[in-house]
Design a protein around this ligand. Structure first.
Ligand code: 5GP
Length: 204
């Protein structure tokens, strides 16, 4: 049977989650051996290529993410899209940030606290068409914060790409209601009863 490359690829990530993912509880999945602490660069590059395929033809000229775990995946996507710049929102105002910045309040899903995501006004403008990339899409708070920052700059958001979506936490539905294209390379429908359940279909 012929399997489309994208579906073969989706299976690769799913198999890796099954092999190396650890359940913290029925809400949180730990994937720090390949995605957000130790990093499998080859896997990142493959995911970047898939985002490049899914978001081609939309005029994207900048990748936007949030520190820190979105950065390697954002860089992989940026490379696959021809070397686009990556802008990552910071979660605190550094002493070196003397210029004006855009900001949005975000509730952290994993740390259960609220922070300000900030991006210098120098790095986003009304000419930009931005693609948001992150490691996880859960409740959608981080992505919505980035959309607000992009809108403050008068730029446009072409969509949101995530490696792993936990569909049952509602983020992708909220973003699609805003009219945004959302692509998640592995979609988890449940983490209940110590089992990781995946959606069997893949949309790009
Ligand atoms: P959201 O803002 O969509 O609720 O959550 C997305 C952010 O929270 C991501 O930037 C990600 O770093 C973190 N996150 C959400 N769920 C998980 C999870 O199950 N595991 C890990 N490691 N990070 C998560």
């Amino acid at each position: 049977m012929n399997v489309a490359p994208a579906e073969r690829y989706m299976k690769l990530l799913e198999d890796r989650i099954k092999k190396d993912g650890r359940l913290i509880n029925s809400d949180i999945l730990k994937v720090d051996s390949f995605l957000n602490h130790q990093i499998d660069v080859g896997l990142m590059d493959a995911m970047g290529e898939e985002f490049a395929r899914c978001f081609s033809g939309l005029g994207v000229n900048k990748i936007v993410t949030i520190e820190s775990s979105g950065i390697p995946l954002a860089c992989a996507a940026a490379r696959a899209m021809g070397g686009l710049p990556v802008v990552f929102a910071k979660k605190a105002v550094p002493n070196t940030m003397t210029e004006e910045f855009y900001s949005a309040t975000v509730r952290s899903f994993t740390k259960n606290k609220v922070y300000e995501a900030i991006v210098s006004k120098r790095f986003l403008s009304e000419d930009d068409v931005c693609l948001i990339i992150d490691d996880f899409l859960a409740s959608g708070e981080a992505a919505e914060g980035l959309v607000k920052i992009i809108e403050q700059a008068g730029a446009r958001c072409a969509g949101v790409g995530a490696a792993i979506e936990k569909e049952f936490q509602g983020g992708s539905a909220k973003l699609r209601e805003r009219g945004l294209k959302v692509v998640s390379l592995a979609v988890i429908t449940s983490l209940a009863d110590d089992r990781i359940q995946f959606k069997s279909t893949y949309e790009c």
